[in-house]
Design a protein around this ligand. Sequence first.
Ligand code: GLA
Length: 744
Amino acid sequence: MKAPDNGLIHVSEDRVFNLSNQRISYIFRVSPEGILEHVHFGGAIASGHGLSAGPRREFRGAVLEFQGIKHYQLDDTPQEYPLFGTSDSRQPALHVLNSAGNTVNTLLYKSHEVSSTKPKLPNLPNARGGNSRTLKVRLEDAVSRLEVTLSYTIYEHHNVVTRSAEIRNAGTEAVRLDSAMSSCVDLPQGEYELLHLRGSWSREFEVERVGVPQGRFVIESARGTSSNAHNPFLALMSKGTEEQHGDVIGTALMYSGNFAIAVEKNEFESVRITVGINPFNFQWRLEPSEIFSTPEAVHVFSNQGLDAMSQTWHGFVNDKVSPPQFSSKARPTYLNSWEAAYFNVNHDVVLGLADKAKALGVEMLVLDDGWFMGRNNDTSSLGDWQTDVGKFPQGIEETARQVKAKGLKFGLWFEPEMISKASQLYTAHPEWLIQVPDRVLSTGRYQHTLDLSRQDVVDYLFECLDSFLSTGLIDYIKWDMNRVMSEVGSTALPASRQLEVPHRYMLGLYRLVGKITSKYPNVLFENCASGGNRFDLGLLHFMSQGWVSDMCDPIGRLSIISGASYLFPLSTLASYIGPVPNHQNGRVSSVKMRKEVGFFAAARGLSLSEADLESAQEEIIDAISLYKATAQDLVEGRFHRIKNTGNEVCWQLNSKCGGRVYVGYYHVLSAPNLPFRRTKLVNLDASASYRLQCRNTNFGGDALMNLGFDLPYIDAMQEPDDNGDGHRMDPGDFVSRLLLFKRN
Ligand code: GLA
């Protein structure tokens, strides 16, 4: 077999499919029986030698032999899209109740095609193509008349393979999908660890790392949003992997609803990753000739540890996932009205805040909740998207016009997917709620979810948003979503289709955000769901940035940003300097600390009371000026996690050209007589020299990477660092230093 040409995909005569760029390969083949067998996902293999050997066909005790073929046991055969019930007893990629009333199906290879165009998934977000090749492989079950098309895309410049599946009912009777995963990767026996991002409200993106045991480990959501409990991302790695070394396969689902990522290690220590829509509480009725498309799964490979994995995700998200018109565009600093006024907003308050914003150097004013009809607290009015003329007598348009006349941009808060029972919309359309008959509905923040599986609801919401955006006065939308789903059902669907509602909802949501964001490509959309309750690649495809957490306390943010950065580039993160004592955890921290943690996000701003804005005016002016001066580096730079002991965190950001290197060092709790700490930096030019601005000292790039430099230290017994040389931090708890190295 020849090495793949720069066409990226090579198919040999004996049907070995080799998807390779210069650095990674994804290889599978068709077995003599027609089963699609996985061969390799990892470092590049250009030669074809040895690829068609194995899996071993040996006697295996009590293990079943597929179709009676001697020693061919699917239970220990790595496969691409496995099914249950024909000698593989692990969790399948696809589980279908066929028209004969059983779930025994077999998929065999039929044909394939390679294309340089990456097709779009219907109504679902997908990574863009370009410098890529897509392979489609068609499989069939001749008995149950199922046709499955697996799509694989490999990129020339990213160490990424994307996958999705299309299931078509080619029979004459309806079938029921009980599970239709996007991808399955069967890995060879080995000692693995996994890392995933767990959390809760205001504690999103906590990193958990565990060894992979025999059995199944699943992260999932059944709440209707991808959720803050588990982000739809998981890294599986060789035991002992660190930031700078080790083999890692990262997997994420480009989807914002119920998902599952499972890692299953069986008795032969083979490891299976499956990823897709959560099979729990999911069913889909597929009529003859209908097609079901799964969301897209993204797999990345790094043989240089977790840092390189994150660099791959960051580059890929910026290049192929988030809206291209914003991904490398500096984001405006903003003042949000929420903590300054809560629901007590009106024309004069907003104009007053606009004056403050202007005086502080801020570039955009965001009018948060409280501006629409009857919305004086959180018990009412969601769904009634018309201006409250008691508060804004000349309409939001006039307020926006006057804010913009001051030279500011104007942003507006919406929570489109929600409805309050105390609203005109509910009176007119009680059937528009997500609901099941004869049950009292659970509430979350007094509100209910609109049924976006209905096209009339999607149309209504589009018109509401369009009526504001068509004025041309709105530069930014904060798209909030503050409750998860319960009692899930739709008045528009028959009983046999009620379990389709969560996925139909997502399709409706994507239709809505797809239509509105493509009609207004220059409006910046921020995705928010009580913070990070729906922060995923699916919505990032439409909305350039996300409110990663309601937690604005800088210590709380340290673990949130560290965790989010495994997958998400700083260009997608929003942050602001919030009030003290912090509203979520009660901690008091300095403006300096809040500024220096908040620094590491592309979209930066303020949400403070008027009194706070007044009392900290000088420091805030400094912060905003720093944020504006570095805005381009935050969207285009490369971020590295340098150190994290829990009590000490160090981050590094290199500007795109590498000429500026920002190092944030954060110390949580103080202690006496601490050791002097040194840290090494990464990804510098070894032959260049860098000047640490505050110490006026030059360092070689090689010295910074191999020897490191002395971190600032805390010594409460000595004078604070008043000559600004960056050696000593303020004494006490919750202190930080932001250092800048410039390449000479
Ligand atoms: C959510 C958001 C807040 C604010 C309020 C408004 O809680 O996270 O930032 O927008 O809604 O009701």
